[in-house]
Design a protein around this ligand. Structure first.
Ligand code: ANZ
Ligand code: ZN
Length: 853
């Protein structure tokens, strides 16, 4: 048996595969297609363990699909724009482009060293003008469709990244990239109208049966659809009672609680509130609250345990249902950009309103009661407000029956209740309110005040306003010679922004914002289908051939961001007539994290990073790949374990030896075989150990295949390990001359084939050297196994005497009852001496119990 030399084998096959273009996409329409995709990396340096895991999973899928007869698209690329390149350029006094291209080269070298089967002809780098040109092109198409607009509103500004962020990029109140707390700034920014697609983005989640439930739940939550009503309150004049002709409209999901309104709340950013207090004694406190609130994130502001802060405006609204006045307050728990930006305060139904009412001594009129509440008996027939305050220590039950609520008294109330419907109908008939649907999802803010990104293809002209760059002038090129180290920015770089208006020809200024890099990653998977197209972002035919992506693999951190934006982009392209699919990713696998030995996340700052090279160096890429896939199911986190790596390496060597021994044995006993070295296998002629090995081949082969098809690599590997154990026992127990040569070759072949998606270099080497085959193991069909042949034709039966197991016997699976009884009696004959058999109980397939005295 030749020694297993991982480094030599791996370099050899990587070169051969590349020379022979083995992983070039076939584009063979006679085969079914499979598009396997891993989320492309940000080129911030070399690949880390998380990448290695991500790509190993994808590679195993792609390689197995190839052997399963699919035409496979398995591409790779780089999400190459972004802030880290800019920061690195400043720090190392180089250009962002240089830094980025160098890192991409490093990453590609590592990918090749890992033996990933990418079609590098389709490599996409988002910072290449050939790519970002089409991002600009699609921006202009969206602009024509009315899906792009510019607006001035309070936005999240990250003080450390020095740019605005989209709502999705403020994660738990912090900048998704650097963790700083964003400030609110009122700025003019560019938006994509993702809210036009809110309902469809929500509805189509139901179609995504191949997505993890938790990812869908996160998206549902983020989209946040709420059915409710808008209700108009009339603003009272300064006297607090005379109606004016102005209205304040609230959004509520609980129209049924209208009789319980104790106050109205506006957010501190409200312009109306500022107007109401202007020049009054209430203004100073209002301004103070406004300033204090600017420092708090919107997530924190809504936190239910956070203390609420409010000020009275001195003014009142009139409740449309009963004409009662309610004071207008300003409070930080209300947000400007949700619903109508105004809330009717119902302390008896809403905990936040309750806390607020308690703190500021506002009344708490009870309007909804459970039947077992003492208040219920007292108020169940009361229509006017009799009790205006309660002594509860918390808000009331969310559900119950309305009390003190006029004609609605007695109706069942709560979210989506009959009382809500009745109240909305009543208001609608009188023009005082209307049913509406609210979404939490906001439009996607895509402009960034950063250099290293895709320039927004718009020009601002003092006469014509915002004018799109003509298509024939695309791409708007990002200048590469900016001196970032010296503090130069795109906004101040005249050679970039000085231009003329495409409409009127007068001097004009280019927009110097670049697009959020998430725009680049929202369609790269479409570009892979047709990466060299220089007339369009991609052709419809190419996309129709490959889309949707069949298996998408990546981190859970993109559950909302990238995955929501990509779904949106796909739907926009569909509506632009560019593609026919509705959803980009059919099956989604979110791989678990690789943590350090103590279960800590790996990070440079903690100094606990295990780089892939530390395994590839001593053991080779195959050991790394096997260890990653075997250590845990793909969706689970695992702790890095050097022992698991050593174990993977031991198995590889052992399987290497067994395959060689099987083939050597076959060669020795080839008399019965064919000249080609693959004698015909006749399973019906097998007996004894050979028959058992044949059975095990089928048993483990069936299991391995099923697990592969479900993406359960760790158990698929276990199945092959069991087969290797069986083969090992066979070569140990059976002398060479007695081995079945054809069976040996078959087992050797199938072990190699089943491990080929996981440890490709090992498999390719054995395929040639030990099995004596030509071509590539990846052009071999996946082996077929027969579940019928996996059945053992002997079963083991326990024989009991008076309930105690005394023996175990092997009998034919189809043994008759009489035969079984006889065999059982024979097996325990010594126990039965001198006794009379009273009864024999047979539990078919399991045991025989003999009752004898
Ligand atoms: C009165 C009421 C009574 C409410 C009650 C709830 C319970 P979801 O389900 O998340 O859509 N709300 C409306 N606009 C708001 C804003 N801009 N800032 C903060 N809160 C706002 O929540 C809808 C409820 O959130 C609305 O229904 C409103 O309070 C509040 F017993 O109106 B409700
Ligand atoms: Zn930041």
């Amino acid at each position: 048996v030749p020694a297993y030399d991982a480094q030599a084998i791996e370099t050899k096959w990587q070169k051969t595969w590349e020379d022979e273009e083995l992983y070039k996409t076939d584009e063979d329409p006679s085969k079914p297609k499979k598009y396997v995709l891993e989320m492309f990396p940000y080129p911030s340096g070399d690949l880390h363990m998380g990448h290695a895991r991500n790509y190993t999973i994808g590679d195993a899928m792609a390689r197995q699909a190839r052997m399963r007869g699919y035409d496979v698209l398995h591409p790779m690329g780089f999400d190459a724009f972004g802030l880290p390149a800019e920061n690195a350029a400043i720090k190392h006094n180089t250009q962002a482009a240089k830094w980025t291209y160098k890192n991409m080269d490093t990453a590609i070298a590592t990918m090749k060293r890992m033996g990933f089967s990418y079609d590098y002809d389709r490599l996409v780098r988002t910072c290449d003008p050939e790519y970002y040109k089409w991002g600009q092109w699609m921006f202009l198409k969206m602009y024509e469709k009315g899906l792009v607009y510019r607006a001035t509103s309070p936005v999240n500004w990250c003080p450390s990244c020095k740019t605005v962020l989209a709502n999705e990029q403020v994660v738990e109140g912090r900048c998704w990239r650097c963790g700083s707390i964003p400030e609110k700034r009122n700025l003019s920014q560019w938006y994509l109208k993702i809210t036009d697609y809110a309902q469809e983005l929500l509805d189509d989640l139901d179609k995504l049966t191949g997505w993890p439930e938790r990812v869908k739940a996160m998206q549902r939550n983020w989209i946040g659809r709420s059915e409710g009503a808008e209700i108009d309150f009339t603003l009272a004049d300064k006297d607090g009672v005379t109606p004016t002709d102005r209205k304040i409209t609230v959004f509520t999901t609980r129209a049924d609680t209208l009789f319980g309104v104790s106050f109205m709340v506006l957010p501190p950013e409200s312009e109306l509130a500022a107007e109401l207090v202007a020049g009054t004694e209430y203004e100073p406190a209002f301004l103070e609250l406004k300033a204090a609130t600017e420092k708090v994130s919107s997530v924190d502001r809504q936190g239910s345990d956070r203390e609420k802060h409010g000020v009275f405006t001195g003014r009142y609204v009139i409740n449309p249902i009963n004409g009662r006045p309610a004071p207008i307050w300003v409070a930080d728990y209300v947000l400007l950009d949700y619903g109508t930006g105004a809330v009717m305060g119902v302390p008896s139904g809403d905990q936040r309103d309750f806390d607020f009412a308690r703190k500021y001594g506002l009344p708490i009129p009870p309007i909804i009661c459970e039947k077992d509440d003492p208040l219920y008996d007292r108020l169940k027939d009361v229509r006017d407000l009799e009790v205006t305050d309660v002594d509860w220590d918390g808000a009331m039950a969310a559900e119950g029956y309305l009390v003190q609520s006029g004609q609605f008294t007695g109706l069942r109330g709560g979210k989506h209740s009959e009382a809500v419907d009745a109240m909305i109908s009543y208001l609608e008939e009188r023009g005082l309110g209307r049913k509406t649907v609210q979404f939490r999802l906001r439009d996607w803010l895509i402009s960034r005040q950063r250099y290293w990104g895709n320039p927004i293809p718009m020009i601002h002209c003092d006469c014509c306003g915002d004018v799109p760059v003509p298509y024939e002038d695309l791409p708007v090129r990002l200048p590469e010679n900016l001196d970032l180290g010296a503090g130069e920015t795109l906004a101040e770089y005249a050679p970039f922004y000085e231009t003329t208006c495409p409409k009127c020809g007068r001097p004009a200024k280019r927009i110097t914002d670049t697009m959020d890099t998430f725009t680049c990653s929202s369609w790269y998977y479409l570009r892979y289908c047709d990466p060299h197209n220089d007339e369009l972002p991609f052709s419809k035919e190419a996309v129709n051939r490959w889309m949707p992506v069949d298996n998408y693999i990546g981190g859970i951190e993109h559950a909302i961001l990238h995955l929501l934006y990509s779904r949106f982009w796909t739907k926009v392209c569909r509506d632009l007539g560019m593609i026919d699919v509705d959803e980009p990713f059919t099956n989604l696998l979110c791989q678990g994290m690789v943590k350090d030995e103590n279960g800590d996340t790996m990070s440079k700052s903690k100094g606990n990073v295990v780089p892939p090279s530390s395994v590839i160096g001593p053991y080779g890429a195959d050991t790394m790949r096997l260890a990653i896939l075997f250590i845990a199911p793909s969706e689970k986190d695992f702790n890095w374990d050097p022992e698991a790596v050593a174990g993977a390496n031991r198995f590889i060597k052992r399987a290497w030896r067994i395959v060689w021994l099987l083939t050597e044995g076959a060669a020795a006993g080839t008399a019965a075989g064919t000249a080609a070295g693959s004698p015909a296998l006749d399973p019906s002629k097998l007996s004894g150990a050979s028959k058992e090995l044949w059975r095990q081949l089928n048993e483990h082969g069936v299991k391995c295949t099923e697990d592969f098809d479900r993406g359960q690599f760790n158990t698929a590997i276990s199945a092959v390990m069991e087969l290797v154990n069986a083969a090992s026992k066979y070569v140990n127990d059976v002398p060479v001359a007695e081995r079945d040569a054809a069976l040996c070759m078959r087992v050797a072949h199938d072990v190699v084939a089943m491990l080929a998606p996981i440890i490709p270099h090992w498999a390719e080497e054995l395929f040639h050297a030990a099995l004596g085959r030509e071509g590539s193991v990846y052009n071999e069909p996946w082996p077929e196994f027969d579940p019928e042949q996996a059945k053992s034709d002997e079963i083991q039966i326990a024989v009991q005497v008076k309930g105690k197991v005394r023996a175990r016997i092997d009998v034919a699976a189809d043994v008759s009852k009489e035969e079984l009884e006889e065999a059982a009696k024979a097996a325990v004959a010594d126990q039965l001496v001198g006794k009379t058999i009273k009864k024999v109980i047979v539990v078919p397939g399991r045991l025989v119990n003999i009752v004898a005295i």
